[in-house]
Every structure is written in C-alpha cells, then in structure tokens.
Design a protein. Sequence first.
Length: 276
Amino acid sequence: MTNQSTTAIVLRTVDFSETSLIVTLLTKDLGRISALAKGARRLKGPFEGSLDLLSVCAITLIDKPGDTLDLLTESKLRRRFRGAQRSLERLHAGYYIAEMLRLLVDDDDPHRELFDMTLSAMGMIDGEGDVAKTLLAFDAQCLRLLGHAPATQRCTVCGRDAERSRRRASFSLVGGGVVCENCRPSQSHLMTANWDALDALRELASDPESPPSTAEENADNPSQPPPTSFPIGRLFPAMTPAIYRDLRGLLNRTLESLAGQKPRMQPFLPDKLDSL
C-alpha cells in the first residue's frame, strides 16, 4: 500500500454507509479511480465539503492492491462547480461531462491532457462560454485523446480520399469515419453527415498545440482555479444552426456506439447554439 497525491475532479458519489461514500474521480496522474471516503457523509466530516459533484480537489489516497477500493484520506477543495447557480443548461452540461468521462475512460488509465481539457471545458461552462460549442469541443477532444479521432477526409475502409460528389457523406459508426462511394455498399451501421459538419468536426478534434503549463498548482488556495494549458476556446469553428444540428447528431451517435449505451444526459444537450 502506498500514499499518492494528485488533483481530481469528482465524477460521482454513492452512499456506502450511514457515514461514508464511494467516490468516482478523474485524476490528473492516476486516471479514473474509485475510492472509499470514510466519514464523508458526516456534517463535520474530514473532507470539508470537497466531494460535491464536479468539484476540483487536491487529494491524498492509499492505493490498495487487487480489487479492494482505494482509501481516500484527504481532499482539499480547489474549485467548486457553480453551473447550477448560473442556469439549468450549464448544470446539465456539467452533469453530461461527468457522465461521459465515467462511460468512456477506463480505470487506472491516466490521460493528463484529457484532464486538462476537462478543466478547460468546465471553466467555459462555469463562466461565460458558449455551452453548445464547448460540449461539441469536449466530445470531439474526448474522441481524439482516447484514440478514436474521426476520419473525415479518407475512407476508413480503403484509405483513399473520399470524394465530395454528394452533398452528404456516408459515415461509419463502426469504423469511426467517412466511407467512399465504392466501399459504401459493403458497410453497415452507416449514417450521413453534411461535409461542412465534418469539416467543423475536424477542427474541433484537432490538437490545439498548446505548450505545457509551467504554473505551480496552489492546492492550499481553493479560490485559485487550477491552472490548465488546454485552450479549448481556440477550437470553436464558425457554424450555422444546420451544421450544429448535423454535428451534434453525428457526435451523439458516435459516442453512443463507443459507450455501448445512450447517455442519460444526452436529451438535455443544447438544441441550438448560444451564439452564431
């Protein structure tokens, strides 16, 4: 057993007993983990209210071998998610992010860039950012960072450039990309998407090429947001309402296929852009 310290985002809490919680966390250094937080349900518990959904906290845990839950021994609040105080749409957006991370990220599989990207997306939602575009970028970056970047220019079957002879392209949910006219008859689980929507998806799923952050994390100052070097706002392409609807539908179907289920928060996603 070893003590480990890192920064974490709270994805879910489940009552374990009258006084304790099982907490699912996305951590910067350890990936997604589940840990037992003894005494967390007490009014004057040891975690100082730091384990609310989507709170960002500095944690220390005892890493237990095998199938036993890790033991959370310390958690200091660094930033509380305040989307509920701003609008129901922003609250739903935060819940959606937490659900998708639980569905898509494997246990004990660290993704530091995914963690930074999530912090950036949450900052946009907590602030004045465009919720609809932020969630598009979050979804597209999840696909890229988890190894499922969509192919938007070359056929996923034969590898040739996909011709744009038709207004809408065939997109394979299994292959994760476009399918050319020659290969389309042999494929199943296809949907169609506007080429302009696929161009927007390529921009949203691109690498922003941000330099790594050199800022020191101030775990003792909850009012200071954790630094993040991931500029998610740079990824927002211009788009029309029609392109947004097409792209939102494409991402929904793609993520459903990867997760093996329809996310519960998906029906609450924005049905239009905050701004054009």
